[in-house]
Write a protein that binds this ligand. Sequence first.
Ligand SMILES: C[S@@+](CC[C@H](N)C(=O)[O-])C[C@H]1O[C@@H](n2cnc3c(N)ncnc32)[C@H](O)[C@@H]1O
Length: 247
Amino acid sequence: MAAVNGGSESQPAKHQEVGHKSLLQSDALYQYILETSVYPREPAPMKELREVTAKHPWNLMTTSADEGQFLNLLLKLINAKNTMEIGVYTGYSLLSTALALPDDGKILALDINRENYEIGLPIIEKAGVAHKIDFREGPALPLLDSMIEDKKFHGSFDFIFVDADKDNYLNYHKRLIDLVKIGGVIGYDNTLWNGSLVAPPDAPLRKYVRYYRDFVLELNKALAVDPRVEICQLPVGDGITLCRRIS
Ligand SMILES: C[S@@+](CC[C@H](N)C(=O)[O-])C[C@H]1O[C@@H](n2cnc3c(N)ncnc32)[C@H](O)[C@@H]1O
């Protein structure tokens, strides 16, 4: 996604004044990243799943290939073993997670829609990683509540990826902060929300973009001041905010 740069020749935008390192200034640059560093290294099953998903009418929902690569590397860097994903769709981020985990790694995968997961499942099975996945169909919140009631789940997850209903992210955060271990990471996806966060109030936005924008703004504000986590918001994909639990 192209970065929102703003500013003019006479008046540079604030972020350009010191140490300006904005990377994605054009779609061509993004394409360059994909073609140079992402697609040539994309595991064959992920490529197959990406191509199958591209034919699905809701393909806009899929995790991008560069973000899939990022998640895969991140999980290896933090030696993740026990993970959770909220928002599976056809399973691109799920597969990138499953491929990164050791053979006895686990992913609790939650989605209200099993049908879309089943589009990707044969590819996940062929890749030999389906045994790591415990898919549960249904809304995530009640399941998180039941896990919160059982102390054995507290502090048990190394990594949690949240890519579902944006209007519940703060509700998820209230619960996930207890379920992720200290030193573990929660990744919230879409935290730049298609660049709409900095659009003027009267900008013509698609209805769902406008609806969820306020929730994403609230989430970003809350994470920025949450003393229980260290955070880093990255312009990968549609923006991902990593939260490392520290207390
Ligand atoms: C953006 S997609 C997930 C994309 C996925 N991570 C990927 O790599 O393709 C969002 C998903 O969240 C699911 N979802 C929406 N509301 C949910 C809820 N309350 N609980 C669990 N999943 C939900 C949707 O069914 C949809 O599959």
